[in-house]
Ligand binder design. Sequence first.
Ligand SMILES: Cc1cc2nc3c(=O)[nH]c(=O)nc-3n(C[C@H](O)[C@H](O)[C@H](O)COP(=O)(O)OP(=O)(O)OC[C@H]3O[C@@H](n4cnc5c(N)ncnc54)[C@H](O)[C@@H]3O)c2cc1C
Ligand code: FES
Length: 255
Amino acid sequence: MVKTCVKAQVIKQRVIAGDVFEMIVAAPEIAAIARPGQFVHLRLANVLDPLLRRPFSIADCNVDQGTLTIIYRVVGRGTVLMTKLQAGESIDCMGPLGNGFDLTAQRPLLIGGGMGLAPLVMLAKAFCSRPATVLMGGRNEQELFWPEIYAGVCKNIHITSDDGSIGRRGFTVDLLPELLKKEKFDSIYACGPHAMLKGVAETAAHYGVPCQVSLEEYMACGVGACLSCTCAGTSGKRHKVCTDGPVFRAGEVVW
Ligand SMILES: Cc1cc2nc3c(=O)[nH]c(=O)nc-3n(C[C@H](O)[C@H](O)[C@H](O)COP(=O)(O)OP(=O)(O)OC[C@H]3O[C@@H](n4cnc5c(N)ncnc54)[C@H](O)[C@@H]3O)c2cc1C
Ligand code: FES
């Protein structure tokens, strides 16, 4: 796998909603080869704390402009420091990492929970000539700013919220059987919290629809060397989420 490490200049940074930011960086070498589902491993330039890089999905990339878009929630020290970056400053960016999604579906259903919707933006764009449907879930209306981001990419958007403040009250997995009964999807692509992925994987198996999931694990090296990101596989082997994934066929993972 080709990967590179560059000082990526911040082009733009904006607050999308609450504690969620969108950052666009110039990284032409990475943008040229990035595929939906891959991620970058960021290290704040000239800072020793945090020492380790932080992984973020590539939410979008523009090959002509040589830019990557990252959509991130502020969680701890690393992401707080990211919010301080101004246009013109740079960040150490390694990527593209991981395997990415298989894009052969003709009738794809994309399912994202919370920040799991970030990598699915680029995936939805990759399916632009095929009718992608997106099922998005979150805790409440404030967290569900995603329809605006997906506007122009997907026409069929379904929303669930835990508190019912937007869309159907409940979880994505509650609405999923209804969608699968109504339409013949040939592939499901999911990213989000582990409990959601487990529910999606089980429902997809029940309805006989192939399903790919993008997993999140704590990562250190990001390149398969440290084993800090492993998860149990059904073959009996442990998978490295950074290099064997982050995208897996749902049947490869022990839930
Ligand atoms: C493949 C992959 C893609 C990701 N894509 C995105 C994205 O597009 N947008 C986004 O907002 N977040 C994403 N995350 C989660 C993001 O990496 C963490 O929120 C971030 O590392 C937190 O760093 P921090 O220093 O602010 O937080 P801290 O809590 O200080 O971090 C401490 C340690 O925990 C790790 N960590 C904390 N939360 C997570 C998490 N949810 N998953 C994995 N490691 C975590 C950090 O990497 C760090 O090693 C992704 C994670 C992975 C593995
Ligand atoms: S993060 Fe080091 S092996 Fe995956």
